[in-house]
Ligand binder design. Sequence first.
Ligand SMILES: *Cc1c(COP(=O)(O)O)cnc(C)c1O
Ligand SMILES: [Zn+2]
Length: 421
Amino acid sequence: MKKMMGYECSLCGKKLPADFQGYVCPDDSGNLNVLLDYDAIKATVHPQQIKDSRESSLWRYEPLLPVVDPGFQQTALHSAGWTPVYYFQKMAESLGVQNLWVKDEGRNPTASFKDRASAVLIARAKEIGAKTIVTASTGNAGAALAGMAAASGWHAIIFAPKSAPPAKIAQLLVFGAEVILVDGNYDSAFDLSVKAAEAYGWYCRNTGYNAFTAEGKKTAAFEIWEQVIEPFGKSDAPLNIFVSVGDGNIISGIHKGFIDLQRLGWLPVMPRIFGVQSELSNAVYQAWQRGDEDIQPVQATTFADSISVDLPRDGVRAVRAATQTGGAYLQIEENAIYDGISALGKVGVFAEPAGATAYAGMCKALREGLIDSSSDVLVVNTGSGLKDIRSAMKATGEAVVIHPDMASLEQYLQKKEEIKG
Ligand SMILES: *Cc1c(COP(=O)(O)O)cnc(C)c1O
Ligand SMILES: [Zn+2]
């Protein structure tokens, strides 16, 4: 069955055929939505078929993807997605919401949400016969592409800012990608990678540029549907989903996934989607706040490197993910990100700064009354804390060092008692 019908521009609505060779709308550079043949899918796929799948990766959703499963069973490529969702009752009670789930995307093969997009991109590269794939990245998209390419024998070229956290650069190198660090920010790496792809004929994976990244990322929505909405969702109240936003492709992808489910008639209530940005990287928040879709660049300086973006490349659809679902945008202070790392750590989730940003946004939404004590909430932790241990240590403070003898230990414990007392 051919599921992909073509593309539709998110700005002007122009339709393009499935064999279109470009990345964005030729008229206005708008992001392209992949059009699926929902009638054909509906006629051949029953939701129970997917729920009964024993495939514990995003490839369980192959019937809803515009690519075919590329194979490479029992590799990292075939284990992206199907991440765990945790339920925190005590935390929900102390925060004052009805139910609280955290979906831990740090549990992906290369430890971030980006594996979803990169896995689907490899499948697409295989279909179109592209041998070399290039991407610009703040770190995670590159690590994901490098890891998925290593698992499947593709050649990956990564442009990243030289200021990326060392763990992310180490991942790129260990996975054997061609790593080119630029003496500039993410936006400059983005522009260079687009030019290079054009000049050398490389296939470009860039987030919010290649239409297939959102198709990979939408699988997280399918999982939230299977793991939370179907078993626990209320028929009269939406789930409130919080996700951090840089380029805006994760939030757009999640929105697309729920749109797919709605079109298929499988989703009882559209969730409300909340985007969270640091106030030091808030271009999408500002557009949402003004009530328009005109994304103006900022000078991003947040320490949450994964969401540090001057000009979000998927900003328009990112605004719509909130406005079309009754959600909202929140901007938070840098310090709230450290608090978020600590709070999630205390329930066993090690989040990188961008992941903790979503949690901090949820706390702010509660304070501002955007959600309340009757709300069901799901926070997406988009990446593992091991990606950036320097920020983690800043959130917690240093560990104590003592002489390895009982007297020193006693002295330390006593001092601690006194401080507590
Ligand atoms: C990329 C990334 C984000 C933001 O995703 P966008 O699509 O750029 O909005 C958030 N958190 C982590 C860990 C990421 O790697
Ligand atoms: Zn257009």
